[in-house]
Structure formats: C-alpha cells, structure tokens
Design a protein around this ligand. Structure first.
Ligand SMILES: N[C@@H](CCC(=O)N[C@@H](CS)C(=O)NCC(=O)O)C(=O)O
Length: 231
C-alpha cells in the first residue's frame, strides 16, 4: 500500500496519474496547502521542502516503509518498482529521463512562475508577467518541435508524458493559445483521453479551488511569511 500525500494541482496529478496507470494500491491523504498543512511537523518528516506530493511506500526497498518527495524521483521510483513506463534499455531509458528532467527543471518552474505572476501575485509586475509568459511560450515551442511526427515525448508512452501533461492542462488559465502549437495539441488530446489520466486528474477534484477564491490567509501560507519562517 502506498500513501499519497496530495492536493489536486499539476504536481499532484503527475503522481495520481502514475498510480492509476500502474494499478498500484494507494490511499490519498489530503495536504491542504492553502491551509498550511504542508508545514505540519509530521509531513515535514517525509517532505522537508514543505511541498506535496510525497509518498510513503509501506512495502519499500527491503520490505520496509520508504518515504519520498519530488515528483521526478517518485515517478522513477514507481516506474522501477513496477517495471512500467520507463524502458530498461539505456537509450530508451535516458531519453525518458531527459524529457522528465526538462519538465522538472524547465516546464514546472517556469509555468509555475507564469501562473504566479498572472493569477496570484499581490502586485502587478508587468516585467515578470512578460518574462514568464514568453518563457512558457518558448517551452511550448520546444515541445511542439519535439512532437512533430511522434505520438509521445519519448518512443513510447512514459513517465515523461505523465510529468508534462498536467502542466499543459492549465493552458487557458496561463494565457497560452495551445492551438498555436498543433503538435502539442495533438499529443495533449491523445494523452488526456487515457482512462487512467482521467482518473488521476479527477482525484480530489472537489477539493480544488479557483485562484480568485483564494483568501489572504491562503496566500500567506503559499507565498507569504509562513513560507519563509525559520524552521
Ligand atoms: N519540485 C516539486 C514541486 C512540488 C510543488 O511545488 N508543490 C506545490 C503545489 S503544486 C506545493 O506543495 N506547494 C506548497 C507550498 O508552496 O508550501 C515536485 O516536483 O514535487
């Protein structure tokens, strides 16, 4: 059994999708990041960076419980545990890891900042808005060129697609015109219709809040003093 510490956001969906794709038994433990539950000392023991998602695998290496944070690490761990969605041959394997790292180091942080300055920032900063929107569009262009003539980011459907797809779901909110990137659109529509992807994205749907419904206390927890207290 795997405990999934989770809130319905793109980073959370990466792991709910993978767990659904693999058919692993798991239970979802909500971490309400707007209410500050990510700072709970017990949660910090398994996720010291105060970010979700995180997992505890009660049947980890050597049969002992094992905790893990960071979605890239979790996806590789689950792929190796199940032997699914990460090829074993080195050429195929590192192609998947290459695009997974591109998601972790580029798409996630840049789309995240784009959303922050567009939807959540407490002051209007046109330079930051433009910088991250431009950078997000550049990354859409990189993926569009990669996807020309192919169905998946690597040779087969893999953890790289699962890491990327949730971030592209927010294209409208992020001010991106996906139809300007027809290869991205085709890939996105293909991955989105997978039953396990739908189930993964539906997990905890009722908990999700719109940016405009976020109150001052929630903003403080996510972007304000609460983040930067010495712990
Ligand atoms: N690099 C991390 C990013 C995770 C992340 O940013 N999670 C956000 C929600 S999408 C979070 O937990 N935020 C809580 C906070 O900022 O305190 C990963 O891939 O796991």
């Amino acid at each position: 059994m795997i405990d999934l510490y989770y809130w319905p956001t793109p980073n959370g969906w990466k792991i709910s999708i993978m767990l659904e794709e693999c058919g692993l038994a798991y239970r979802m433990i909500p971490v309400n990041i707007g209410e500050g539950e990510q700072f709970d000392p017990d949660f910090l023991k398994i996720s010291p960076n105060n970010r979700m998602p995180a997992i505890v695998d009660h049947d980890g290496p050597g049969g002992a419980p094992y905790h893990l944070m960071e979605t890239g690490a979790i996806l590789i761990y689950l792929a190796e545990k199940t032997g699914m969605f990460l090829p074993k041959d080195p050429a195929g394997r590192y192609r998947v890891i290459e695009w997974l790292m591109w998601q972790m180091g580029g798409v996630g942080p840049m789309f995240g900042q784009n959303g922050h300055f567009k939807l959540y920032a407490t002051e209007d900063i046109p330079y930051a808005k433009k910088r991250y929107l431009d950078e997000s569009n550049r990354l859409y262009g990189v993926l569009d060129r990669r996807m020309a003539g192919r169905d998946y980011v690597a040779d087969e459907y893999s953890i790289a697609d699962m890491a990327l797809m949730p971030w592209f779901m927010l294209h409208r909110m992020q001010g991106i015109v996906m139809d300007d990137y027809p290869n991205v659109r085709r890939w996105y529509d293909l991955v989105k219709q997978r039953p396990a992807v739908r189930r993964g994205v539906d997990l905890g749907r009722e908990l999700r809040r719109k940016p405009e419904d976020m109150g001052e206390e929630q903003k403080k927890n996510l972007f304000g003093d609460k983040q930067f207290q010495k712990r």
